[in-house]
Design a protein around this ligand. Structure first.
Ligand code: C2E
Ligand code: MG
Ligand code: MG
Length: 254
């Protein structure tokens, strides 16, 4: 994995995020992939846990932040100015004092507004919050960077942190979206997360939307954004560009 970073074997895939009300693409989630010379494309669940056990996860996260910033600058040049890209960061990374200066440097280098970047953190990250993580989150938010809680509803965290922390979005975990059509408990849970998020002034994003019925239910529940195979799988940067072009054509004719 050390070598993978040095030898340029990591790459970022982008899964489009759509606004449910009008199907406009508002951004993407960046998801890491390892193009192994012999083993082919390795998904993150096969190497992120290993990286998380050491400081490698910080190198890997720094690499993603750099790659996504570079890519965002390119997209803004070719006329996609409003995209916001989310990067997943591990708990350990939020304890790094150099995270905030690193992000500031990237935004300055690539001439990006802070809204172009969003960071996804998990509930376990919040459970591990010491004062340092808390300060880091506040500094990021003060600088205008979005902060989303990933896999919301699957952790064991208290709701108190939602009030205390400078979060901007909640992502409804895939496990609640999967059976929306057939499981009324899941429908209740999804609706509750949407209501909770909105009452706290947060955007709500549904993950893992695979069917038209799930999309319709989430739209009716007032969920703001969605991502999932129904719209698109995570795509290499070039294909994400093409996807944007295709959606723009269908949503704004002429
Ligand atoms: P996540 O952040 O919750 O990402 C969502 C995962 O769900 C992605 O898997 C995505 O490909 C998958 N997915 C999206 N739409 C659908 C759908 O409609 N159906 C189903 N069944 N799955 C869908 P992926 O890319 O394999 O990533 C898995 C996890 O690895 C991520 O979960 C995230 O926790 C972690 N990860 C990925 N990239 C990074 C990274 O750059 N840094 C860190 N620290 N973690 C990462
Ligand atoms: Mg995520
Ligand atoms: Mg997730």
């Amino acid at each position: 994995l050390h070598q993978a970073i040095q030898q340029g074997q990591l790459c970022a895939y982008y899964q489009p995020k759509l606004r449910l009300s009008d199907s406009a693409v508002v951004g993407a989630e960046a998801l890491i992939r390892w193009r192994h010379p012999e083993r082919g494309l390795i998904p993150p669940n096969q190497f992120i846990p290993v990286a998380e056990a050491s400081d490698l996860i910080v190198d890997l996260g720094d690499w993603m932040l750099g790659e996504v910033s570079r890519q965002l600058a390119t997209w803004r040049k070719v006329g996609l100015p409003h995209l916001s890209i989310a990067v997943n960061l591990a708990a350990r990374h939020f304890r790094e004092p150099r995270l905030v200066p690193h992000i500031e440097r990237l935004l300055a280098t690539y001439g990006l507004p802070p809204e172009a970047l969003e960071l996804e953190l998990t509930e376990s990250t919040l459970l591990e919050t010491g004062t340092h993580t808390m300060d880091t989150l506040r500094m990021l938010r003060q600088r205008g960077i979005g902060l989303a809680i990933d896999d919301f509803g699957t952790g064991y965290s208290s709701l108190g942190y939602l009030k205390r922390l400078p979060i901007t979005a909640l992502k409804i975990d895939q496990s609640f979206v999967r059976d929306l059509e057939h499981d009324s408990d899941d429908r209740t849970l999804a609706a509750t997360i949407v209501a909770l998020g909105h009452s706290l002034g947060l955007k709500v994003i549904a993950e893992g939307v695979e069917t038209e019925q799930q999309r319709r239910i989430l739209l009716e529940q007032g969920c703001d954004l969605a991502q999932g195979y129904l719209f698109s799988r995570p795509l290499p940067a070039e294909d994400f560009m093409k996807f944007n072009g295709a959606v723009a054509k269908t949503t704004c004719p002429g």
